[in-house]
Design a protein around this ligand. Sequence first.
Ligand SMILES: [Fe+2]
Length: 237
Amino acid sequence: MIYNLFEEIEHQGYYSIRQRVCHEIYDLVFDSIALRVGINLTSRNTMARKELLSFILNMGDDEFSVLTVKKHRTVQKEIALEIECILRKYYRQYIDKPFCFSDDHSQGYPCFSWRIVRPFKNDIGHVHYDDWFRQKGITTDVPPYSMYKTLKIWIPIESTPERTNLVVFPFSHKDVHSNSSDISDISIEMSKNYDRKMVKNKPLEPLVFDMNLLHVGSYNDTDMCRVSIEHELHVSV
Ligand SMILES: [Fe+2]
């Protein structure tokens, strides 16, 4: 299992873990979203979550755009510490080397950020690779490349995998990215050299990928919001 994860990431740039993380992550992500938009979730059930998502769907685009800023979609400390505890146990099944969670913006606790993609809205951004944000100093938690391999992890929370999920460009992590100055132009140009593939991960099945892998969210043509959470993991080499 461990062998497969690292070998596949090295080979094609990503690996889908087809075992769900603990369902509590689902509730914790919705707790975090509710806290951010100022809604008091009366219970952790489907009805309450639907109400929260319909509140978000009724936001104007300007109001919603606040929720696209990474700082605003970053999970609050107490919730982040609970998520860390759950994921640490989960990843230990797959990773036999010491690892730690990235604190992307030096907040003093692990950085988990959720993302909401509304139906039929342009909420998905451009093709990109995440190491670019480290190269440009936007992500500040960058341990020595010689000592740690950083992995990106994306976990769908609420999604319809056959219709809308993350799109990756297999093998693109082997391309040379280091001279990229404009993330969107260069990444879009590079992505033309690779096939695009929408991953099949079901809700709560993590996708682990190389920081240099090109990827982009897919357009959401379903009638419900897609919700996901992502973070970075530093693994000792
Ligand atoms: Fe990304």
